[in-house]
Ligand binder design. Sequence first.
Ligand code: GLU
Length: 376
Amino acid sequence: MKLSAKIQAIAGSQTVAFTALIQQLRREGREIIDLAVGEPQFDTPTSVIDATKTALDAQKTRYSPVNGLSELRTQLAVQFNGCDIDNILITNGSKQALYMIFQVITDPADEVIIPVPFWVSFVEQVKLAGGKPVPVATKNHQLNCEAIERAVTQRTKAILINSPNNPSGAVYPLTDLKKIARLAADHNLFIVADEAYRAFVYDGSVHASMFDTACDRNRLIVTRSFSKSYSMTGFRIGYIAAPGQIIAALSKLQSHLSGNVCTFAQYGALAAQSLDGHLLSARQSELQQKRDLALQYVSTLFDCIQPQGAFYLFPDVSMVLKNDETSEALAERLLKQAGVAVVAGEAFGMAKHLRISFAVSEENLKNGLERIAEAL
Ligand code: GLU
């Protein structure tokens, strides 16, 4: 039996593949340090766990509205100036949010501009929607707005903006976001802004959202998530803020997809909403210390631009690649020889790089980086 051309044309996610691979290696008795998957090591807050248990005890175990619990949507709308409940959709993580967005805005052969490096799923999601991903190089991981403008064609439908960026950790300044907003208005494009890492920016800087620009709200679609901020990756709760018409279209799609997001998990997200800012600022400063520690180690081995946000280092590893070795081969060598999992840059559209997560315990971070240094 032949499978669809669509599914044959895409690759599986190389970031999630590591979770299964590492579990398998550990079952085989290998001691693996995981610096691959993007998942903060912090515990899920107790109040979130408690609220989820309470919801289960109260039989909040049935279908819930397609768009999400209205209490949760109302609270989330407050983050977005001028938005109300009709502008918010709760999704199964921001990954599914992004998948649905491309399904809703893209016709066959429509182009979506994606700055490089990019999170592994964007390109495949655009392809799954029948669209054409158009990768555009960055300058030292920052947006190259001129190159983005040059990449615009008659078929361009949207520009994807991911800040803080996974995998580079780049945080785009408001001035560049404003340029993108202008460009989108001039060429009648959507802006899809993935802001999953917005809680984690360092050195006292503040995350600038596409929502902070005077961007025409009719073309702006923003995704955010509880996964990274509150260590709720397994809850799968993300959300979209968008014009009501787009939310209605996304809701139509979600009604045929998952129907609703796990009901009791949404009560956990409601509890996360009432946590005060201390938790996030404590986590942010701990991650900043780890970033500094990791950067100090990694800079002795590779060239690495200091990330201003998210929780990855994305060094250029050209100088340690042997002969024709790719960074995929290097990542494999590190896994086999050093027992350390990292993700090869190819997954993010940038060869000769590795993505190293520093959102792990200090002990694992130090040991992992020492092992990498020894193996090299
Ligand atoms: N987004 C995280 C990462 O890049 C989690 C895995 C995934 O969904 O890609 O590692």
